[in-house]
Ligand binder design. Sequence first.
Ligand code: NDP
Ligand code: MG
Length: 386
Amino acid sequence: MVKCVSILGSTGSIGRQSLDVISHLEGIRVAALTAGSGVERMAEQCRRFHPRLAVMATQEAAQALAWELNDPSISIAWGEEGLIQAATLEEVDCVITAVVGMVGLKPTLAAIKAKKRIGLANKETLVCAGELVMAQAEQCGAEIIPVDSEHSAIFQCLMGCGDRREVKRILLTCSGGPFFGMEEEQLKQVTKADALRHPNWKMGPKITVDCATLMNKGLEVIEAMRLYRLPLEQVEVLIHRQSIVHSLVEFTDGAVMAQLGTPDMRLPIQLALTYPQRTVCPVEPLDLTQCSALTFCHPDMEKFPCLALARECAKLGGTACPAMNGANEEAVALFLADKIGFYDIYRLVRQAVEQVPFIQDPTLEQILEADRLARQAVRNAESPNR
Ligand code: NDP
Ligand code: MG
């Protein structure tokens, strides 16, 4: 079990659940916490967990936190530099990456270089620069333990599998989100409030919208390809409304392994901290006699074109993935600000992907540039006169 952690994005959904898990486990110290703008929540967490470093996204938020805390034993930093500092503190052996979006990339790379174990929730990092991240982790001998429930399930199904050639395919399960089964006409009318009502999970707003468009599953397909070094053809998606089977692995002999559990992110979070051990977790036990029937079907990629687009980008590789991710982050932010409709997300992301010049084997700088250009393309398309 790890002994000392930094949590990047501690005030968010995964961050708060990580602290809950830590408070139930004995012997894990929190060295650093980071947040975006949630000063009050961060101050509360600092008073409870006494990190030696607290980081906010901006200088203003950092100043507000310093004023609120008034505690000289806690250093306060801000911005990307602060995140990198939190990710690389000497005494830390595990960094939970629970920030949302591309902002997690550089701190994750820094943590890998510093040989920290990564409890990886921030999937955007692997979508944008998965090849660089995985190569660097291998080179530095840093462990990456997925926190995303599907990828944690696959990780668990693969425990004891010494040869990846024995894997025939991965079956990523997907709840289908709040709009499963709706007709296209209905989908054109859905609102932000509808999209934020996920049937099985309570998560941050960006990923909740991604679940409604199924872009989340598209990002997860790419995440799985990078984590497990599999081609697109070996990563399939199955709609499973009950979110009890968190994903499956089919082996070459036809055996299928699955991981089941109550839908609660604290289980995969805890495993990232205790692996290779398991210990009691404060999660409702799964009672299969109380579950409704477990059902599976194929996703409808015509009604949910973001999943098809993500598969296209996964096939292309290169800068197509960071361009898609950056455009999606920007489009979801516009949707959450009530500036565009639900289907505009797909339209704007596709347009942006088509506009950004394609590079097959991009450097980190080229990845960051593809991200920037894609965001700009979405902003320009949304308000061409600005
Ligand atoms: P939330 O929106 O709940 O939390 C995001 C965290 O990042 C908050 O602490 C937020 O701070 C911080 N943050 C936001 N913007 C910035 C910024 N510019 N700079 C620094 N910090 C920032 O997201 P989730 O916890 O839902 O998701 C986090 C990551 O985990 C995502 O990549 C998501 O895809 C992934 N994930 C989440 C799951 C879930 O169940 N929630 C499941 C699987 C994966 P503040 O709020 O203080 O501004
Ligand atoms: Mg997931």
